[in-house]
Design a protein around this ligand. Sequence first.
Ligand code: PLP
Length: 413
Amino acid sequence: MIRINPNYPKLSSSYLFSEISRRVAAFKAERADATVINMGVGDVTLPLTPTVVQAFRRAVDEMGKAETFRGYPPELGYEFLRSAIAENDFQARGADVDPDEIVISDGAKSDTANIQELFAGDIRIAIPDPVYPVYVDTNVMAGRTGPYRDGRYGGLIYLDCTEDNQFIPEPPKSRVDLIYLCFPNNPTGATIDRGRLTGWVEYARGARALILYDAAYVSFIRDESLPQTIYEIPGARECAIEFRSFSKTAGFTGTRCAFTVVPKTCVAWDAEGREHSLHALWSRRQSTKFNGVSYPVQRAAAAIYTPEGKKETRGLSDYYLGNARVVRRKMDSLGFACVGGDNSPYVWVRTGADSWSFFDRLLRTAAVVITPGSGFGSCGEGYIRMSAFNSRELVEEAMERIGRVAGELRGAD
Ligand code: PLP
């Protein structure tokens, strides 16, 4: 009898997005005349930029000619892309990252999901709440948690992110081995300053712990005082792995390209206390289970680092940040407490009601869809996530509708 992985039934059902779709479908069935605006989407809406498309096309042409055809890509990714990344994203900011410490992949989702394979089954894991659900679910699948009860899995150390700590988790009192951090944050849009990130690096070094730093939204940072990579913090090369993605930076959600930085100075220990290089382990894992990102996609990604590419790519995040400003200004003016939206495409809004009641009321009164905060963890209850990934026109229309029904929304409890 073929038996399943016993950890899979422990997963709480992926209720959030299916439940949103179900409620929206029911509403549309009732109100065929309503035009629904979706302000909950985490996918980009603007197309690839001209410089990226041109590089993509040129590389496809190369693949069609015997003299320039290429087979499997190098295991860590093409050198032309890794060098462009190291120089522009890290060395230009004074962060010491070598091209050989960068591993190209098909997504930050798969990398943040797969990295836990490198670690022992009984490590202590700290997870912020609310959180991007992939970090939690992959550890559930790997058997590192107990059952799911009252919105939380047994065995994980949850780090509450609330208004009291400006949605930036504090290092725990107890010792943990693995820490997930994401800044700018999905879902809250919060950013971390140098001082607090230094606190985390010091904690990790003291505890011989590892920080998994997800910087998928780094291209939205405009405040120059904020760190853009954890490697701007002294000591981070010894205790942190950083994940990046071209998805939100350059509209690659459908093209697929990302990378992970694993410094060669980053180590973990076996049961006998012997040191192991995490770069060696990650390279071993990737070369065994993954055959790389296609040449045209890597060429398209490298085009982002040309002078034209940089300008165009900046234009994408500028546009979404403009949308986020429209959202933030409106919600602020209506008296809702908000974070995010200034260095992030997400605005996290306190509703004064439970997340799903607010969702229903907004859908019924304004035909606007948002993401209920409770779907990201129990600390998300009472909040919603609004996304800037949309057209300016629709964002303005959504905000106008919300303004018209604000009185009703406040009584959503
Ligand atoms: N990390 C965070 C925090 C995200 O929000 C997302 C996508 O929404 C990802 C990673 C996934 O990125 P990718 O498209 O590179 O898989």
